[in-house]
Design a binder for this molecule. Structure first.
Ligand SMILES: CC(C)(COP(=O)(O)OP(=O)(O)OC[C@H]1O[C@@H](n2cnc3c(N)ncnc32)[C@H](O)[C@@H]1OP(=O)(O)O)[C@@H](O)C(=O)NCCC(=O)NCCS
Length: 189
């Protein structure tokens, strides 16, 4: 269903979204470990230092998910190939919904990079007739994350309880959504 998912997307400011590949392994290990204190509160996979082995498993799983059309993780890269963060479209909320997730390095926050990447991925999601909703889930304590869907005009439609998986989580997850039809018709002002 998601066979034609684009493997390369360019943000208006020149950064590139593309799947992480084997050549990114060493850089990925370093960027996650250099940002561990920043990521640990919110990212379940960043609870302890990562290794070449754990990240290699991540790359393998991620390539398999791309091939099977079940999950689409993108790295966010500067024009020179430096990893700035990660994002993705996830099918885990079930038919009709694509969920967007994201993280960036601490030192590139505050530039609008994640807002721009989310906007581009939401447009990709809405390009599928089968998708009726684009969703973003974030713990209610993660104020900076919630600001991304709010800034883009998503609606907070509920709060769901979930077992905390990362150090800063309360377990209460905000659900932000945007109807795909609204994106197809042009974004809200
Ligand atoms: C959550 C996270 C991705 C948000 O990053 P961010 O830098 O706040 O988001 P953006 O890149 O969209 O930048 C928004 C900021 O840039 C500013 N900005 C500058 N130019 C902008 C533009 N053209 N468009 C939008 N915002 C812009 C905004 O005003 C905002 O600044 P502020 O923080 O002073 O209000 C980041 O904090 C992070 O990686 N956290 C750790 C991991 C995490 O929590 N992931 C989410 C799990 S649900």
């Amino acid at each position: 269903m998601y066979e034609r998912m684009p493997r390369e997307l360019t943000l208006p400011t020149g950064e590139l979204l593309r799947p992480f590949g084997p050549a990114d392994l060493d850089q990925l290990v370093d960027v996650v470990n250099d940002n561990l204190e920043h990521l640990r509160p919110w990212m379940p996979w960043a609870q302890q230092p990562v290794t070449a082995e754990t990240q290699s498993e991540f790359l393998t799983a991620s390539a398999r998910n791309w091939a099977e059309g079940t999950d689409f993780v993108y790295g966010i890269f500067a024009a020179d190939g430096t990893i700035l963060g990660g994002t993705g479209l996830h099918t885990r909320q079930g038919p009709g919904v694509l969920e967007i997730g994201y993280w960036v390095r601490r030192d590139v926050q505050g530039r609008g990079l994640v807002t721009a990447a989310t906007r581009v991925l939401a447009e990709v999601a809405a390009s599928y007739d089968e998708v009726d909703t684009v969703a973003i889930y974030c713990d209610e304590a993660n104020v900076r994350s919630a600001a991304v869907p709010r800034r883009l005009g998503f609606t907070l439609v509920g709060v769901e309880e979930r077992e905390p998986l990362a150090a800063g989580e309360t377990g209460w997850h905000q659900v932000w959504t945007m109807p795909a039809a609204v994106i197809r018709a042009g974004w809200p002002a």
